[in-house]
Design a protein around this ligand. Structure first.
Ligand SMILES: C[S@@+](CC[C@H](N)C(=O)[O-])C[C@H]1O[C@@H](n2cnc3c(N)ncnc32)[C@H](O)[C@@H]1O
Length: 180
């Protein structure tokens, strides 16, 4: 069990990481990206599917695969996909460090809110997956923290050192006897 299994991180849709925007920017830079209406999309560290599910709904003829280390998050993503009747989105629980770099390719690869939160070896793996599993005309999106706001990362690193029990203790109201 990992911390993301115990502390919920629901995520959401991130317009800056939408495949339409990726395709538009790639076109402006002179590329010829695959059509978003019929493409294959991989999201690494997809959490509960907050970003991938709206995309799968908007582009029903495209295929979507989401991968995340948290089995609890992946269960939630699968349940949401089933309730929404989305058949072309698949969620896999697994470690990015063990993700196959030599299988089929994707037209768009998204890693939002992941790169700055994983150890260097997994960062390398993420880049390897992007370089080896991106289709020839494909586009990858990797967000990462920058300074000065990135200083919040240090705060977060400390915060991650806490366990859910720490938060329960912090949230508990002191009893009358403890207050007196
Ligand atoms: C900060 S959350 C971001 C979730 C989502 N991408 C978003 O932006 O809302 C980081 C995610 O990366 C996942 N993650 C961390 N290490 C991972 C690994 N080694 N393999 C796969 N997923 C990982 C976590 O489980 C978590 O869902």
């Amino acid at each position: 069990m990992i911390l993301y299994d115990e502390l919920r991180y629901p995520g959401r849709f991130y317009p800056q990481a939408s495949i339409e925007r990726m395709a538009t920017l790639a076109t402006l830079y002179g590329m010829d990206p695959p059509p978003v209406q019929s493409c294959r999309v991989l999201e690494l560290g997809c959490g509960e599917g907050g970003h991938l599910l709206p995309l799968a709904h908007a582009f029903p003829d495209s295929e979507f695969v989401g991968v995340d280390l948290s089995e609890v998050s992946i269960d939630r993503a699968r349940n949401a996909a089933a309730q929404l009747g989305l058949e072309k989105v698949h969620f896999e629980a697994g470690d990015l460090g063990a993700f196959r770099a030599d299988a089929d390719t994707f037209d768009y690869i998204i890693a939002h809110g992941v790169f700055s939160w994983i150890p260097p070896a997994i960062q390398e793996k993420l880049l390897e997956v992007c370089s080896r599993r991106l289709a020839p005309r494909g586009v990858a999106y990797i967000s990462y923290n920058t300074y000065p706001a990135g200083h919040l990362r240090a705060f977060h690193a400390t915060w991650h050192g806490f366990t859910p029990a720490t938060f329960r203790t912090l949230a508990r109201r002191p009893t009358r006897r403890e207050r007196s």
